[in-house]
Design a protein around this ligand. Structure first.
Ligand code: FAD
Length: 451
């Protein structure tokens, strides 16, 4: 059926949903609005442009005209959607010409999230940055080119904070990373995070934990931490988290979830069935526990785009919930995690066991064998796998991919020793680390060992 579909936002989920719709539907009118100048850019690549690993800025960008032509959609950049009038099935937007309206049959919201900028006294916006958009990236890049900073403070030791210290070190800057929690990278448990912290220190990064940023002085160059400690920095990157952009949804009285993200059903419909939402702006179910889950990652946004495009064609493919599989390069280490951590399982009140394995990526005698630490968390009675984590110099991505598949397939730890992993010395050992950690977990279950 030919219909008029309006998409709000034009990057991760939104550009993908436009492309997905076009693959299934050649006739509907599709109009995509983005308040920024760029659509479909690779935000995940931005830290690597700052670190000069990605040399050409253009490699991160997609021409709006080329995208519009390729997918037969109307693209309106620098056009901010400011209101939804549900009773009239109409949106209001503003661009350089003023305020306009546009009607829709179906509306898709993918406005993403905003980086959190805490209210901190003395913050100098000329030397304090967040990284979320291409203009943010350009501001950081230009500041470095023009001001030749020597010392940088990065606040927040999550994904973006860790990617930034790696890339800032790559261009020769002295980096201090500061986090108020007791560990870096809360996507993994503390024992795994300790390996990352040791590696960061070995790479010359100053790591300060259990310390929040309290205030700035000296034109934003002196950072005062909650412990009383001070840090000098020529520039500061704030990477302390994001908040879903839900203002449009709130204005239209759409239901919100726990984290103020937009509530959606399994077909990504909001509380108004003519309005879908996806990506960093929504809260979905957790794949394992069915509890609410907020995860700002590229995979869910892309999958949700497919679910919406299918639903528009009356093909009901449900989004089955988020596992939160994520992977990160932190200097020479690969860090990956899927499912739940110790703290999230404790918060849910689950009874679980945990097992770790310190091993090598492949046969020790074959060149390139590197340390690899794996961890799995599993149900203390039936062995259902709730989460997996890996940190190491090689072979992490493969093991986490296998364990993610195991969770999706609802395998238990008893299945892991039975996985017939391919072996040759450059790749593994006759018993792969995934098999061995499975044996260890089964032994714990049989002996009724407590963790
Ligand atoms: C630096 C960085 C690195 C990342 N690295 C990874 C990674 O390695 N792996 C991973 O899985 N994820 C990564 N992510 C997260 C991933 O990019 C996001 O999960 C994904 O882009 C979400 O897509 P989205 O469509 O919800 O939001 P976005 O991609 O943020 O797009 C939202 C768009 O909506 C526009 N918009 C908002 N409000 C309006 C409005 N009212 N009117 C018009 N337009 C509007 C915004 O301008 C924006 O362009 C990274 C994110 C960042 C910032």
């Amino acid at each position: 059926m030919t219909q008029k579909i309006i998409i709000v936002g034009g990057v991760g989920g939104d550009a993908t949903v436009a492309a997905q719709i076009r693959r299934q539907d050649r006739t509907s009118e599709v109009i995509l609005f983005d308040k920024g100048n760029h659509i479909s850019f690779s935000n995940c690549g931005m830290p690597y442009y700052i670190g000069e690993v990605v040399e050409n800025r253009e490699d991160l960008l997609v021409e709006a005209e080329a995208f519009a032509e390729k997918y037969g959609v109307i693209v309106r950049t620098n056009a901010e959607v400011t209101a939804i009038h549900r009773s009239k099935k109409q949106i209001q937007y503003k661009d350089h010409d003023g305020v306009h309206t546009e009607t829709y049959d179906k509306l898709i919201l993918s406005p993403g999230a905003d980086p959190i900028v805490p209210v901190i006294s003395g913050l100098n916006t000329d030397r304090t940055f967040t990284l979320h958009t291409i203009p943010d990236m350009d501001n950081i890049y230009t500041f470095i080119q023009n001001n030749k900073p020597k010392h940088v403070a990065v606040i927040g030791a999550g994904f973006i904070g860790l990617e930034m210290v790696e890339n800032l070190r790559a261009i020769g800057l002295d980096c201090t990373i500061i986090d108020r929690s007791e560990q870096v990278m809360k996507l993994v448990d503390k024992d795994m995070a300790n390996l990352i912290e040791t590696h960061l220190t070995a790479k010359g990064v100053h790591v300060i934990l259990n310390n929040g940023l309290d205030s700035f002085s000296n034109d934003g160059k002196t950072l005062h931490l909650t412990s009383g400690k001070t840090v000098q920095a020529d520039m500061t990157i704030l990477a302390v988290g994001i908040k879903p952009k839900s203002a449009l949804a709130v204005g239209a009285s759409l239901a919100l979830g726990n984290k103020e993200a937009i509530t959606v059903n399994e077909y990504m419909q909001t509380s108004d069935p003519n309005i879908y939402a996806l990506g960093d702006a929504v809260e979905t179910k957790d794949f394992l526990t069915d509890s609410n889950r907020y995860a700002a990652l590229a995979w869910p946004a892309h999958r949700q785009a497919f679910v919406i495009a299918s639903h528009l064609q009356k093909i009901k493919i449900p989004y089955r919930g988020t596992l939160g599989s994520a992977i990160l390069k932190a200097f020479d280490l690969t860090v990956a995690a899927t499912g739940h951590t110790t703290s999230s399982l404790e918060n849910l009140g689950y009874s679980f066991k945990e097992v770790t394995l310190d091993t090598y990526s492949h046969a020790g005698y074959y060149p390139g064998s590197e340390k690899l630490s794996l961890k799995i968390l599993f149900d203390s009675k039936n062995g259902t796998i709730y989460g997996a984590q890996g940190v190491g110099l090689a072979g992490v991505d493969k093991r986490l991919a296998v364990l993610t598949t195991a969770i999706k397939g609802k395998l238990t730890v008893a299945d892991l020793p039975e996985l017939q992993m391919a072996y040759a010395p450059p790749y593994s050992s006759p018993e792969d680390p995934v098999n061995i950690i499975g044996y260890k977990a089964v032994a714990m279950l049989e002996k009724k060992e407590t963790r």
